[in-house]
Ligand binder design. Structure first.
Ligand code: 13P
Length: 287
């Protein structure tokens, strides 16, 4: 059964480790992540962006697939199904479809509007026992080939949102989605410390987990990060393994064109990436 992310994140915060959010795109992704979490006895959060939800034909399909897998693969570790960077309407749709957790990303709104919309969702999620992630300070990333540097969130604004009673807070600390550019100056630990000082026990979320050096990940966890999102790194691993299979001509040998064979190396590569991250985040054996 899907669970809210609240308990797993509070345990992570208190135990000084982080739970990974791994974004899913299809059946292979979901299966690889769930099997790895079960094997390593780690709690896990499956992230679904609005685009990925649409790709998988809609949130109800996602909920059906994930619930089916929890049962058929006999998954016993805590699993949350979480909307990633949701709009207000998207969050309502996911709640309706059976997600156990949602993110409302109101970081592009003026702070008062972000507060008002987040407060509405706090009420709805509390009634249903779901976890809610909010965001302050937008996370940069690549758009049309231009890599924007991540914003640094204002600690006072973070406090305003944290005080509404959200479960977890994503605050920009110079992190960005996708690959980091050569000249990236690194995470702003000074900002993280200031945010932590004002938000107290609120579990903090680090987006853009791909490509952040290990020592920075560890320091971020030490300073209060309890959830780390990874998406691009699984995509890169999947693509590289699939490329290798095809370049070696394996799709042209025997029944190598069978999708169950063709997609297997990519699925194994996702497992290896997820394992590496769970070990780094310290969530292994914490289920
Ligand atoms: P990356 O794609 O950089 O790993 O970021 C994932 C993320 O933050 C999803 O919200």
């Amino acid at each position: 059964m899907l669970v809210s992310a609240k308990e797993m994140l509070e345990k992570a915060r208190d135990g000084h480790y982080a739970v990974g959010q791994f974004n899913i795109n299809n059946l292979e992704w979901t299966k690889s992540i769930l099997l790895t979490a079960e094997e390593l006895r780690s709690p896990v959060i499956l992230g679904v962006s609005e685009g990925a939800g649409k790709y998988m034909t809609g949130y109800k399909t996602v909920v059906g697939m994930v619930n089916g897998m929890l049962e058929e693969l006999k998954i016993t570790v805590p699993v949350a199904l979480h909307l990633d960077h949701g709009s207000y309407e998207g969050a309502l749709k996911c709640i309706d479809a059976g997600f156990s957790s949602v993110m409302f990303d109101g970081s592009h709104y003026p702070i008062d509007e972000n507060v008002a919309k987040t407060a509405e969702l706090v009420k709805i999620c509390a009634q249903k026992g779901l976890s809610l992630e909010a965001e302050v300070g937008s996370i940069g990333g690549e758009e049309d080939g231009v890599v924007g540097m991540g914003e640094v969130a204002d600690p006072q604004e973070c406090k305003k949102i944290a005080d509404l009673g959200v479960t977890m807070l994503a605050a920009g600390i110079g992190n960005i989605h996708g690959k980091y550019p050569e000249n990236w100056p690194g995470l702003r630990f000074d900002a993280l410390e200031n945010i932590k000082a004002l938000t107290g026990s609120m579990p903090l979320v680090l987006h853009g987990g791909t490509g952040i050096p290990e020592d920075m990940i560890k320091k971020a966890i030490d300073l209060g990060v309890a959830k780390i999102n990874v998406n691009t790194e699984c995509q890169l691993a999947f693509a590289a393994a699939t490329r290798k299979y095809i370049e070696e001509g394996k799709d042209q040998q025997g029944k190598g064109f069978d999708p169950r064979k063709l997609l297997a190396p990519g699925a194994e590569a996702i497992k290896a990436t997820v394992k590496e991250k769970m070990e780094l985040f310290g969530s292994v054996g914490k289920a």
